[in-house]
Design a protein around this ligand. Structure first.
Ligand SMILES: [Fe+2]
Length: 256
């Protein structure tokens, strides 16, 4: 972990310059992250190097847990009421729609989130950095999308946190999202970020998407109409599953 931010930033800038040159030559912009993105150090060893093994979805379903619509309580979309007291932090309402490439709503889909607390700490044994745990915040929630593909969570704004990609590496504040689809083999995972984060330019996970427009689609938009008076600030974030405006989805192995 002796590589400096300066060195990582130089690597990221060189890769982005190469990507820009490819687009200038007429190649399509890269809408998804590079699986092998050396500034994100662990991607060097864990990116796929072989074709994916195609699994039979029916066979997988015979061994996987199942859930029904009635298994998800409406209360599970509120991450601020899971304990006896209120969690610390800036309370937020995060809402949006899940859409397909034609803009059609993706209805009745399981959307799950997990996130750090306001101090940037996860409730996880591998997260031992010296930020406080919040006894009133676990940081997980789920909801089923409605008839218009809409979802909404009540939560608190997560803090940025350090990780060990390089010396003084910090992740921009983000919420992890999982979209289950209709079977385990369809599950997609991504991250939502917040406007104006000064860490964007420094973060190899965010920068592993070389197309600036695709990166920008991961940032929620502050929406004053979503803010609840005297209660929460509203952020809107739509998730588009396919097509040129699709939301970047990460590989199964990435959990940072
Ligand atoms: Fe994270």
């Amino acid at each position: 972990m002796t590589t400096s931010q300066h060195e990582i930033s130089a690597e990221m800038q060189a890769i982005e310059a190469d990507a820009r040159a490819l687009v200038a030559e007429g190649n399509a912009p890269e809408l998804h992250p590079r699986r092998d993105y050396p500034p994100y150090r662990s991607s060097i060893l864990r990116h796929p190097t072989h074709e994916l093994v195609r699994a039979d979805p029916e066979e997988i379903e015979r061994h996987s847990p199942a859930f029904g619509h009635s298994d998800v309580s409406p209360l599970e979309s509120d991450l601020t009421i899971q304990h006896n007291g209120e969690p610390l932090g800036e309370r937020m309402t995060v809402s949006g729609r899940v859409l397909d490439g034609e803009g059609r709503p993706v209805r009745h889909q399981l959307v799950e989130v997990w996130q750090a607390n306001a101090g940037g700490r996860y409730v996880h044994k591998r997260d031992q950095h010296p930020a406080p745990l919040d006894p009133n915040f676990t940081g997980v929630g789920r909801v089923i999308t409605g008839d218009n593909g809409e979802y909404s969570f009540t939560t608190i704004k997560p803090g940025p946190y350090p990780w060990r990609n390089h010396l003084n590496a910090w992740r921009p504040a983000h919420i992890h999202f999982s979209l289950f689809g209709t079977a385990f083999t369809q599950r997609l995972i991504t991250q939502m970020y917040f406007p104006g984060d000064p860490l964007f330019a420094l973060d190899p996970i965010y920068q592993s998407i070389t197309d600036p427009a695709a990166r920008a689609r991961l940032i929620g938009v502050y929406d004053h109409d979503l803010s609840v008076p005297e209660f929460s600030l509203g952020y809107r974030w739509d998730i588009v599953l396919t097509g040129p405006k699709s939301t970047w989805m990460e590989s199964e192995e990435a959990h940072d």
